[in-house]
Each structure stands twice: as C-alpha cells, then as structure tokens.
Design a protein around this ligand. Structure first.
Ligand SMILES: NC(=O)c1ccc[n+]([C@@H]2O[C@H](COP(=O)([O-])OP(=O)(O)OC[C@H]3O[C@@H](n4cnc5c(N)ncnc54)[C@H](O)[C@@H]3O)[C@@H](O)[C@H]2O)c1
Ligand SMILES: [Zn+2]
Length: 381
C-alpha cells in the first residue's frame, strides 16, 4: 500500500475501566500496527484472521508492518461472507488459533469487515478461555460501528448473532486508506451508520454532515482533507461514550438501534441479500422512524423531511419503494417486526425521536398505529 500518513492520527478513548482501549483513526495507519502492538504487548505472538477478499487487498501491508516491528504472526483466511459467522468456520478458526500456538498473552488480529470482527472476536473470547484481540476494521460500517463496543457473535439456525460474547478489543486501528478499495455502494451503506450518530444524539454533527458529506465520501487521499477521519472519529466517540455508560445494553445502548427495527424487517424481507445492504436498510428504517415520530406528533414533519432529505441526497434509500425487486406485504413486515430480537414481552422496542439529535427508547408503541403507518408507506403515501 502506498498510503502516506497525512496527519497525526485521532485517538478516541473507549473508557471501560480495566478494559479501556484506544481507537486510533487515520490514513495510512496500518504501517504503524506492528509498533503499536509491540508497545502494547511486548513479545506477543499474533494470528491474523481475515477473509479472502480483504487478504487480497490488505494482508500484505499488515504482515509487512508486523514484520518491521519484529512481531511474529500467522494467518487464518476464511471465505468471504456472512456464512463464515457459523459453527463450522468458527470451529476452524478456533482450531487454527490453537494450532498456531496462540496462548494467553498473545493476540488475535481481526482484519476485515463486521463478519471478521464478530467471528475473530468471538473465537478470541473462548480460545484458552479468552485471548486479547485487536480490531483492524476495513469497511466504513466496521470502523464506525462493529469494531467498537465488544459485541462478538456467530449466527444460529434460529437467527443472527444469537451465539456470542461481550469481549472488548485492546486496540482498534481504523486506517481510512483501506476504505479506498471499497465499492462506492458499500461505502454509502456504511455512511448510513455515520449519519445515525448525528440523528440519534448530535444535531451539530448532522448539520456538519449535511454540509460536508461529499468530502467524507471522497476521502483525503494525498490532499490532506481530514473530513473522513473527522466523521469516523465523531462516530466512534459517540459509540464509545454510549457503550461506556451501558456496555451490556440494558438501556441507553439501544439508541444505537435507531432505524434498525424497521430496517431489519426490510432487510429480512429482502432475504439479507444484495438487494438491500444493511446500511441501506438502516437508512430506510431511520427515514421511517422519523416519519413515524412525526405521525405520533413528536416532531414537525419538516424535521423528518430534513433528516430524510440528507439520506436521499447521498443516494441512500428512504422509502420502501426505493428498494428494487418489489415490496413485501404489510402482514409480512408486521410479522418480521414482531420477530425482531428487540421485542420484549411481546412489545417491539422502537427508537423514536423528539428531533434531529434527540432519539429515545419507546417500548409502548401501539401495534395498530405501526400497522396503519406502514400500510400508508407501502401504498406510497
Ligand atoms: N459487533 C457489532 O457491534 C456489529 C455491529 C454491526 C454489524 N455487525 C455484524 O457485521 C456483519 C456485517 O459486516 P460487513 O457488512 O462489514 O460484512 P463483511 O465483513 O462480510 O464485509 C462485506 C464485504 O466487504 C469486503 N471488504 C471488507 N473490507 C474491504 C475493503 N477494504 N476493500 C474491499 N472489500 C472489502 C469483504 O471481503 C466482504 O466481501 C454482520 O454479520 C453484522 O451482524 C456487528
Ligand atoms: Zn447497523
């Protein structure tokens, strides 16, 4: 990789007492990974877990950085895709870590997107009763969301992320240059989670995104524009702060699910396929959450329109009709919402808003109101 460091990295602290760690954000940071690991854990061996695709783009640079700092390493490469978050690949990764003689005091390095972070993090949480790990997220979604907060999991036949553990990394290194190899659609989908932090708790950040989103999309490259790094740092700071206050999601952490109740239902209706990426579903779900909040009289419709206008401007779907390949039925959507994992004692939890930057958790939403609202939305009203 030929990326150059364009400025000192930004460091965000995840303040979790004895489990605190730094999230280091900047362009070209992979080159410093070996030295950071050697400083944090002198003498530790490492094993890199990655997928075939990320390996092609970024593994050589990571291995070179480790070698330069004298850090011993081995590699475990899994197939691309969500299928790797299941028992068989999980077993293979665990066995490979044991075979590589990764012991207590050594480190697992998760190099990739959310699938790799969840899989490698969960393997690290159980092999030898727990090994520390480092997250090197290579997708925007992973840099602003899945690599921070310590949720790790694989999927069960009964649903996504049902088998896992809370296991915090000891370092997150987000090299923004790795995002240059992401397809534009993937970057845009990840951006939905960036906008989410503004919409749920930081109006000033949302207004900054309205003015600067195209700089975030372009990235700094050699020109030294740090808008992308800023957006990622603000997002990580927001997530880290919420996680620090509610690590195990007993309350406030649920705010991070803004757009996810409606979004997951749409994503599931599309069979978790390429028709609708997770971030795209979240964008459409946030648009629905804002409109539904307006319908309930919590915000003026102009406030919902402003939020939706920005998501549409960057090219994200905001209406069920924007999803290619036909609409699910109302019954199907209601069924999927009822199955959502955020359902508590039969009542789905919704994240609603009292304005841009002012989300709150509501578990007493009337099903009939949701149904009437979605019926109108599916009819294009
Ligand atoms: N733990 C959490 O808090 C959390 C939060 C959100 C999502 N997740 C999980 O994340 C998973 C989805 O993650 P994902 O969407 O990142 O999927 P993914 O990890 O499969 O990545 C998607 C694709 O992007 C490719 N890719 C990654 N980095 C690349 C790069 N720099 N250049 C080119 N291609 C690259 C991958 O090879 C893959 O083909 C889901 O399983 C979800 O449950 C976890
Ligand atoms: Zn999400």
């Amino acid at each position: 990789m030929t990326a150059v460091l364009s400025a000192d990295p930004t460091i965000v602290e995840a303040a979790l007492g004895a489990r605190s760690y730094e999230i280091v954000i900047g362009r070209g940071l992979i080159g410093s990974l070996g030295f950071r690991i050697a400083a944090l854990r002198p003498g530790a061996k490492t094993a890199i877990v990655t997928d075939e695709n990320v390996a092609r783009h970024h593994l050589a640079a990571v291995e070179a950085a480790l070698a330069e700092a004298g850090v011993a390493t081995s590699r475990i490469i899994v197939p691309v895709g969500e299928g790797s978050k299941s028992f068989r690949p999980f077993e293979q990764v665990c066995e490979a870590l044991v075979a590589a003689r990764i012991e207590r005091g050594d480190l697992v390095i998760a190099l990739g997107g959310g699938v790799i972070g969840d899989l490698a993090g969960f393997a690290a949480s159980v092999v030898r009763r727990g090994i520390d790990y480092v997250q090197v997220p290579t997708r925007l979604l992973a840099q602003v969301d899945s690599s921070v907060g310590g949720k790790t999991a694989i999927n069960s036949a009964h649903g996504k992320n049902l088998i896992g553990a809370f296991h915090q990394p000891i370092l997150v290194l987000a090299d923004t240059a790795t995002l240059d190899t992401l397809p534009a659609r993937q970057f845009r989908a990840g951006y939905a989670e960036v906008a989410k932090y503004g919409l749920l708790g930081d109006a000033a950040f949302f207004f900054w995104l309205e003015a600067n989103w195209s700089r975030v999309f372009k990235g700094g490259n050699a020109r030294g524009d740090l808008a992308r790094e800023h957006a990622i740092a603000v997002s990580c700071r927001a997530k880290a702060a919420i996680v620090a206050r509610d690590e195990r999601e007993t309350g406030e952490r649920a705010l991070l699910n803004l757009g996810h109740t409606f979004g997951h239902a749409l994503e599931a209706a599309c069979g978790f396929s390429d028709r609708l990426l997770h971030g795209e579903a979240v964008a459409a779900g946030m648009a629905l959450a804002f409109e539904f909040s307006a319908r309930l009289g919590l915000i003026p419709i102009s406030e919902a329109d402003r939020a939706i206008r920005h998501l549409a401007e960057v090219g994200l779907p905001t209406r069920p009709q924007d999803i290619p390949g036909g609409l699910p039925t109302l019954d199907r959507l209601m069924e999927l919402i009822a199955q959502d994992k955020k359902v508590k004692r039969g009542m789905p939890t919704f994240i609603l808003v009292r304005g841009i930057g002012a989300a709150f958790v509501e578990s007493g939403v009337d099903q009939a109101q949701v149904r009437a609202f979605l019926s109108d939305k599916l009819a294009g009203q």
